[in-house]
Design a protein around this ligand. Structure first.
Ligand code: ATP
Ligand code: MG
Length: 424
């Protein structure tokens, strides 16, 4: 073997794409019910967009981006996440001017992060994300969370836990940040080098550090809820009561901070509590990002969104033993005997397909027995047999494979009669 699929990526083979298509169809139906419209942005963007919006001090920007210089000497980056491109497009296309606000968008597409490969963590993965931009109503926070939960529920998942937190507004975040710096500075030598460099720029991320999670100073660190000002606390209460209205249960975790810099107020994650699920339990992450549109020169447009990967959704379905619908079987297989029969068979095949009937025939020069075996393997509902006699009579033998009955049908009536006898 000269070549292998790149580390951290995977081929999704036909037996799996069927599952992907089902999940994507659930996503489209649920998004449609919530009136979120699909947006498709480029796979790559100017590097600076992510540096600025995701944040210079985040792991994503510091370590995980696939950045390259194009032939025009511009720095480009394969998108590591979807919110920055969507907000860029919102501003660039002046969607803030659309009368119907907030603007509700969803996307499904590949994201790229240079990460260490493990179960549920890939270098190319597909995210479904939704964004509602232009409203600071706490009900829309609950709506966005409900959208994500609905997708999981429609996929049959039950072992779910919604974890919520409020990061407060800029003022609370600043007060909390100062308190964190004061708390960690005297002991920063006990922390990893990443945390040392996070201290001044982004001490909140120390709470999220995978290396130092056991350090007792993490547990005793100044807790965000104590720094929420009145407005932020009231906002959070409203989000929670809207979730109560929707019967969506949640737990509040004061230490939930999200990996990307742009969040404020509501932050949430949806985890799988299924025993079969691996070490990584987060299925979905999201939050509010008021101020993001302004950061790239747009008008004030408060937003909230989430992203989930399809890979982890499928893993969770596996872990919970969820089955998928059966793949639709072949409807008609045409068996031909001899050269004279092949051409009328080939023509019939084309007619059937034009009528939208899933049909196929042999291209391997197999004998009758081999062709019948193929039809069996493909679980064909109907087999049409055309031999020399049939050609001479301008008919075909149509066999119903479930009850074994067969009937001779005139060529001109074949498509009509086959269509009406299919189960469908
Ligand atoms: P993690 O803590 O697992 O690294 P994150 O905070 O980096 O997640 P986000 O940037 O919030 O994740 O992305 C949202 C969702 O996208 C995650 O909850 C997860 O479902 C998915 N996701 C993130 N990174 C990967 C990856 N490398 N492979 C597969 N799915 C991923
Ligand atoms: Mg990550």
């Amino acid at each position: 073997m000269l070549f292998k699929v790149p580390r951290g990526t995977q081929d999704i083979l036909p037996s799996e794409t069927w599952k992907w298509q089902q999940v994507e169809s659930i996503i489209k139906h649920v998004s449609d019910a919530f009136r979120y419209k699909e947006i498709r942005t480029p796979i790559f963007e100017q590097t600076e967009l992510f540096q600025r919006l995701v944040g210079e001090t985040t792991d994503v920007v510091q370590k995980e981006m696939y950045t390259f210089t194009d032939k025009g000497n511009r720095s480009m980056t394969l998108r590591p996440e979807g919110t920055a491109p969507v907000v860029r497009s919102f501003v660039e296309n002046k969607m803030f001017g659309i009368p119907d606000q907030p603007v509700k968008l969803f996307y499904v597409g590949p994201m790229f992060r240079y990460e260490r490969q493990q179960a549920g963590r890939y270098r190319q993965f597909v995210q479904f994300g939704a964004e509602a931009i232009g409203s600071a109503d706490p009900a829309i926070d609950a709506e966005v969370i409900a959208l994500a939960m609905n997708v999981y529920q429609r996929a049959g998942l039950t072992d779910l836990k919604l974890v919520l937190n409020s990061l407060g507004d800029t003022e609370c975040r600043k007060a909390h940040k100062d308190a964190l710096i004061a708390h960690f500075t005297p002991h920063i030598d006990e922390f990893c080098s990443d945390c040392k460099s996070r201290l001044d720029m982004n001490p909140l991320r120390i709470l999220d550090c995978k290396v130092d999670s056991g350090n007792p100073l993490i547990a005793t660190a100044p807790s965000l809820p104590n720094y929420l000002n009145e407005d932020s606390a009231a906002y959070f209460e409203q989000v929670k009561s809207y979730l109560d209205d929707l019967n969506i249960s949640y737990v509040v975790d004061a230490n939930l901070v999200r990996g990307l810099d742009y969040y404020n107020h509501t932050a949430f994650e949806i985890m799988s509590t299924s025993k079969g699920f691996g070490a990584i339990t987060t299925l979905c992450g999201g939050g509010r990002y008021n101020g993001l549109a302004e950061d790239i020169g747009g008008p004030s447009a408060p937003g909230i969104g989430f992203a989930m990967s399809i890979e982890r959704l499928l893993l969770a379905m596996n872990a919970e033993g969820k089955s998928f619908d059966e793949e639709p079987n072949l409807e008609v297989y045409i068996v031909t005997l001899g050269d004279d029969a092949k051409r009328p068979g080939f023509k019939l095949l084309n007619e059937l397909r034009k009528s939208g009937i899933r049909s196929d025939m042999d291209y391997m020069d197999r004998k009758m027995k081999g062709q019948m075996k193929s039809a069996d393997r493909l679980n064909a509902e109907i087999v049409v047999v055309i031999g020399e006699d049939e050609v001479a009579e301008d008919v075909a033998m149509v066999r119903n494979m479930s009850d074994g009955t067969q009937e001779k049908i005139a060529t001109s009536e074949l498509v009509g009669k086959i269509t009406s006898s299919l189960k469908r």
